[in-house]
Design a protein around this ligand. Structure first.
Ligand code: XIL
Length: 417
């Protein structure tokens, strides 16, 4: 079992605050999840549950996962073809294994995914597009309803959030704009046979069974603010919100490369916050680096750093998931080395840049997720604790209270002994 953060580690984090210039991520005793937890965030990873021995807490991959991350998602094992391989026959074994692992190590579980055109069982469709079993709209609605309600019921209270629908937008979004509100849907079997309202129904059924679960619409290629698919995604989600569909946010898959203009992700998150007041999270991040040369790895590290910095500044981005643990466990083909641990599970420059970005975010002011702190810190004399909660209205009152620990006053952190 993973130990909870010890006092000595916290002290070492605090001490390094006062001497920021000497910070070296290679000697940091904290892990990614430690920072994430101190900052109220989730950093997670997908787990190939069927082929990894996560039932054994001493397994090196299991250890790496629960040491570095505080959220998990099944890479394939909670998709429709895995959960309902034959009509009416539900197979929850691997999903349950992941839930048990997460519970032992105090991690959040994301559910992926209730409805998709890919990895659909053959009894529904040959390829997720053709209606080769000649289902009617009513047939398919009841199939989808049964799947969603059964799975949501089984995982109620155990899986904190779901990608309710995955990849429902078409790749071609020519002609969409924020002003015309248009979007093109992928012509999957769901859209063709049921119609666009399969989306509204899917979210509504999921919400009815587990009203506490957060519900997301997930997609790829909609990552950067201003891109045509990002615009289509926004238009669709706005339409759903306007119609009262219970949607909590969008998931940006972020299957990207080191050279991409990754600043667009944080911009996208801010836009969702401002316009719709909903979450915008990163669900499947990896960054193709190319061959494992030191130039490629540093470029990759910088891109990971930028993404994390953006993530930390956005209060509506609670979660950032990586799509794989190490370069040996990635769905990306070729010599792309897209993850933060190498093929031998050793930390890459990208790992250290994430750790450093977390550290810097924690000790400086790029991290302001709490409205109370952000809204008033500039104008008042109040003192806040490290998680942004106000502890005193003035320095004077604060000193009189005999507090000790780490606090924030006028945008500066200080240690009160
Ligand atoms: C991928 C898995 O990583 C592979 O093992 C599997 O063969 C195909 O699916 N978008 C998604 C994920 O939403 O579910 C996909 O996962 C990657 C792309």
């Amino acid at each position: 079992m993973r130990k909870t953060l010890s006092v000595s580690l916290l002290v070492s984090a605090c001490l390094s605050m006062s001497a920021q210039t000497t910070y070296d991520p290679k000697t940091d005793e904290l892990h990614l999840r430690d920072y994430a937890e101190m900052m109220g965030k989730y950093i997670g990873v997908c787990v190939p549950v069927g082929s990894m021995n996560i039932a054994n807490d001493n397994d090196k991959y299991a250890q790496k996962i629960y040491t570095e991350f505080n959220a998990v998602v099944a890479e394939n094992e909670m998709k429709m073809d895995a959960l309902q391989p034959n009509q009416g026959q539900f197979n929850y074994g691997n999903g349950d294994k992941l839930v048990a692992f997460a519970k032992r190590h105090n991690m959040k579980v994301r559910g992926h995914t209730l409805c998709w055109h890919s990895q659909v069982p053959k009894w529904i469709s040959e390829d997720g597009y053709q209606n080769n079993k000649n289902y009617t709209r009513a047939n398919l609605l009841s199939i989808l309803k049964r799947h969603i309600t059964s799975v949501m019921r089984h995982y109620k209270g155990k899986v904190a959030e779901w990608d309710v629908v995955n990849e429902t937008l078409d790749d071609n979004q020519w002609g969409v704009s924020l002003s015309n509100g248009k979007y093109n849907l992928r012509q999957s079997i769901w859209v063709k046979v049921i119609g666009e309202d399969f989306l509204d129904s899917a979210f509504t059924w999921a919400h009815r069974i587990d009203p506490d679960a957060k519900l997301y619409l997930n997609d790829y290629g909609a990552d950067f603010y201003g891109g045509s698919k990002a615009t289509a995604m926004y238009n669709l989600v706005k339409r759903m919100k306007d119609d009262g569909v219970p949607i909590d946010g969008v998931g940006l898959q972020c299957h990207l490369s080191s050279g991409d203009a990754v600043e667009g992700i944080a911009k996208n998150a801010r836009f969702y916050k401002q316009k719709l007041g909903i979450d915008c999270i990163i669900t499947e991040l990896e960054l193709k680096a190319g061959a494992s040369t030191s130039a490629n790895l540093s470029k990759q590290a910088e891109a990971y750093r930028k993404i994390l910095e953006g993530f930390l500044t956005n209060p509506n981005a609670p979660t950032m998931m990586l799509w794989g643990i190490d370069d040996n466990h990635t769905w990306i083909e070729g010599d792309q080395n897209p993850l933060i641990f190498d093929k031998n599970l050793q930390p890459k420059p990208a790992y250290y840049s994430l750790l450093e970005a977390f550290h810097n975010g924690y000790v400086t002011d790029i991290h302001q997720p709490w409205a109370e702190y952000s809204a008033s810190a500039a104008v008042d004399d109040a003192v806040y604790d490290i998680s942004g909660r106000k502890v005193a209205d003035s320095l004077e009152e604060f000193s009189a209270d005999g507090n000790s620990g780490i606090f924030i006053h006028n945008h500066k952190k200080f240690i009160q002994r």
